[in-house]
Design a binder for this molecule. Sequence first.
Ligand SMILES: [Zn+2]
Length: 178
Amino acid sequence: MLRPDVLFTIDYGQAPAQGELRAATFIARELGLNHETLSVDCSPLGAGDMAGRPIASHSRVSEAWPFRNQLLVTLAAMKFAGEGLKDILIGTVVSDRVHADGSPEFVERLDMLIKCELPQTSVTAPALNMSTLELVKRSQVPMDILGWSFSCHRSTVACGQCRGCNKTIDLWEALERS
Ligand SMILES: [Zn+2]
């Protein structure tokens, strides 16, 4: 929908990283977009499904990884700070508000924080107020590309049982009904 100058995928030590990288690489190529990757192993600091550990103590959501989204945005800012970085876009939708770092307040404060050091750089989440179904419809993403999307929290191939996989199944069912 927005065609950014570069797509950036980070393997931060999450269990499904190789599945995410495979999907992101294929989708970037299909869309003709530049794609860069970074590997920084933060797995000793993880919690919950994505780290293969018990649920984080501060959250009631199984995949919560403490301070993950601010870590990822910071890594992106570090990577591109010297290249005239203007906008960092993150892919957050309404259902991510179950996480403190998926809320509108979080995005607003992170934008302010990044501006302390890079005043010309903004952090936005263009789909912040959309459901996944709305985003899929508005972006008019072809179904064969959507089919490559990957959201399992636990494994490098879809486990079919985690919250991420269940959300994907719900999305396809909703698309079939609509
Ligand atoms: Zn799964």
